[in-house]
Ligand binder design. Structure first.
Ligand SMILES: [Zn+2]
Ligand SMILES: [Zn+2]
Length: 274
């Protein structure tokens, strides 16, 4: 079964992406959390354009993707988890947790190193936050993340199945926690113990820098609590808060060509280190 799964890896990904995207887009229409300032029309073509561009680029540069790296290492018994002789199921679970920690640390790094912030700030330059913001990343950031992921997968000796599960999960939770959906506060309070919720991640898209530099988690909310970067709610409240960054506030910045050039413009300041 696993072999079939890997052979159709792209179909598994595309299928999961389509289902979660459609579900969140519908939920946003039915029960929106905030009234969007700019709405879908000026933002969605470029946000969806960039995810298409990213997907094609990754396929061309890394045809076997992270799952391929995992299969290669798995066949040779390379990496920490096989070396420790940890049973496969437990190794898979640990690998998902380790990969999530790596993503958290990488995200914090991209905020604090000015050169990396130049790449990542395009994600934050969206002037509204909804399901499409969850897949709006600069192609260079995507390539760098991929290389970091390869290194973590190889060092940990992460089972290929765990890598596939993690990637599908990350894509799904990213769309979930960026979506503009309303959830009763009592439900949010329970869900955010297990997974990052939209209300939790929205704080991260605040224009207030201290809020931007908090809630770095994508899947599990535990790392933010553990490392002291957790912020429960935005200071101005979810309805009144301003989404985006100071550097790019003109609506023309929502165009695909502008987005692609953003890393090479301005002084890169705005990162907490800068
Ligand atoms: Zn960020
Ligand atoms: Zn985000």
């Amino acid at each position: 079964m696993a072999v079939t799964l890997f052979a159709h890896e792209w179909a598994v990904r595309l299928g999961a992406f389509s289902v979660v995207f459609a579900a969140m887009a519908l939920w946003e229409l039915r029960l929106p959390k905030r009234t969007l300032t700019f709405g879908r029309r000026p933002r969605w073509p470029a946000n969806l354009g960039i995810v298409a561009l990213d997907s094609v680029l990754v396929r061309i540069l890394f045809p076997t993707a992270a799952v391929g790296v995992a299969l290669f290492c798995e066949a040779r018994g390379w990496g920490l988890l096989p070396w420790l002789g940890i049973p496969h199921a437990l190794a898979a679970l640990l690998a998902v947790i380790v990969l999530d920690l790596a993503i958290y640390l990488q995200h914090a790094l991209f905020h604090h190193v000015p050169m990396l912030w130049r790449l990542h700030r395009m994600h934050h330059a969206d002037l509204d936050i909804d399901v499409t913001t969850g897949v709006r990343f600069h192609p260079i950031e995507i390539v760098l993340s991929m290389l970091i992921k390869f290194a973590v997968v190889a060092a940990a000796g992460a089972p290929a199945l765990a890598v596939l599960i993690f990637e599908v999960l990350l894509n799904a939770t990213s769309m979930f926690n960026h979506s503009n959906v309303r959830m009763p506060p009592t439900v949010d309070a329970v869900v955010r113990r297990l997974v990052v919720t939209p209300d939790m991640h929205r704080v991260h898209h605040s224009i207030i820098r201290a809020e931007t530099d908090s809630n770095f988690g994508f899947n599990f909310p535990w790392w933010d609590r553990l490392f002291g970067t957790y912020r429960a709610q935005p200071r101005e409240g979810h309805d009144a808060m301003t989404i985006g960054i100071d550097a790019f506030r003109d609506p023309t910045e929502l165009r695909l060509d502008r987005m692609l050039l953003q890393p090479f413009r301005g002084d890169g300041k705005g990162a907490s280190a800068g």
